[in-house]
Design a protein around this ligand. Sequence first.
Ligand SMILES: [Zn+2]
Length: 228
Amino acid sequence: MLAMPSWTDKKLGTMKRVALWLIQEVGPGSIFTKEQLRAAFDGVSQIDRRMRELRDYEWQIDTNREDSTLESWEHRFVRQGLPVWEPGVANRKAAEAISASQRRTVLMEDNYLCRSCGIGIGEAYSDGYGTTSQLDIARRQVTLPSGDKEVQLVTECNRCRVGGRDVVSDLRTLTAALERLSAYERKMLSAWIEQDSRSFNDVEKLWGLYRTLPTPARNQFRSMLLQP
Ligand SMILES: [Zn+2]
């Protein structure tokens, strides 16, 4: 884990410094005024725009359009997004707007499913509020097996995007777990990956059926299993 630099470090770019200022001086959930932002970055041109650019990195900064309790000169720092000051997070490539063709490709590759909750396009959420999902493309920070960090595009629904889930993917955790799998388990996992959905194998089907049995039948099955 890298130490967080100070927002006063002038070697950093303005957007990175604004991100650090929000964390170190404002604090998540707090309100700040345009005046305070301009005073902190005295003489820096287009400071409002630099702040808005943070939204491309999943930072949530509300105005009175999103939050009617705010005055027109106020903002609320709702949620921290990607750590833009870390190397590789806010490089030029990541900062480029996501093009229409990139969107289509990511949606297609993700099978038109939210990769955080699994909901499809225009499907109703199961909470009964009757709202349906909209899928959008988000930037996700992924830690590679080498430890390097990379920003990758992923499909997420409107609810997961706004819901404040701080998803950081670390491939090292997955690699470590993968090494503990047996050849059989690896084969099963590859099949799920190919279908992009989980199928149930014979063991799981048996487990499901076993659980529905009355107690005497469960006991009988159990003894059949232990003394074949
Ligand atoms: Zn979702």
